[in-house]
Write a protein that binds this ligand. Structure first.
Ligand code: CA
Length: 218
């Protein structure tokens, strides 16, 4: 299961950008623009990590952070608009695990999230298909698939455990406007297996089913 990241940010463009990067990293993103609403949601089903802006409508980030710490130890990254503020916050024992100053690069934020999730003992999900980014992540790392390999693996991950014949895999690739010859399916599968083997040493996620085709076991 993919890590759920809650983003509390009232600048809607920044929130959307952060959400995009979070999703591209293989996590799910939930966005709140209001501190009190975010806190209410946190009291319900807690996410795996919280990215919390300091200046928020209705309830500021500091109050949200302190309120959350009364009932949860989930990792929190506090975002501030001024670098001087970080020193002040560090002295306040806010309960946040990390601080980031605006403007920050979304890549930097993703790296911080990764580090905190790792520290919290969260393991990146085995396989994440990022349809928007046209890529597949294995334990959080990009498999660097070709468009055809992506189309084939994405189709198989939609129905794990199902046997796909070469013909049906050809159809699926054709739906993505990819021109794949019958025998070429085997060579694409071979390349996919090689890339998966590097990510899952000792495992064989794509099984051959004699006389029928292929099956993804994850
Ligand atoms: Ca703000």
């Amino acid at each position: 299961m993919s890590a759920r990241i809650m983003i509390v940010e009232d600048e809607s463009e920044l929130a959307a950008l952060v959400a995009e990067y979070v999703q591209a990293a293989g996590w799910t993103a939930q966005v709140f623009a209001d501190g009190a609403e975010a806190l209410a949601a946190l009291r319900g089903e807690a996410p795996d990590l919280l990215v919390l802006d300091l200046m928020l409508p209705s309830l500021d980030g500091l109050s949200v952070c302190r309120a959350v710490r009364a009932f949860s130890q989930l990792p929190i990254i506090m975002v501030t608009a001024r670098v001087e503020e970080i020193d002040r916050l560090l002295g306040l024992e806010t309960g946040a695990d990390d601080y980031l100053c605006k403007p920050f690069s979304p890549r930097e934020l993703v790296a911080r999230i990764k580090a905190l999730l790792r520290r919290a003992g969260y393991r990146a999900p085995a396989l994440v298909v990022d349809e928007d980014g046209q890529r597949v992540l294995a334990h959080g790392a990009d498999l660097n698939l070709t468009p055809t390999e992506f189309a084939l693996l994405a189709a198989m991950t939609r129905r794990p455990g199902q046997v796909f014949s070469r013909a049906s895999l050809l159809d699926l690739a054709a739906q993505d406007n990819l021109d794949v010859a019958d025998r070429a399916v085997d060579s694409h599968i071979k390349n996919l297996r090689r890339k998966l083997a590097a990510a899952f040493p000792g495992d064989e996620p794509i099984a051959s089913v004699y006389g029928l085709g292929y099956r993804l076991d994850v």
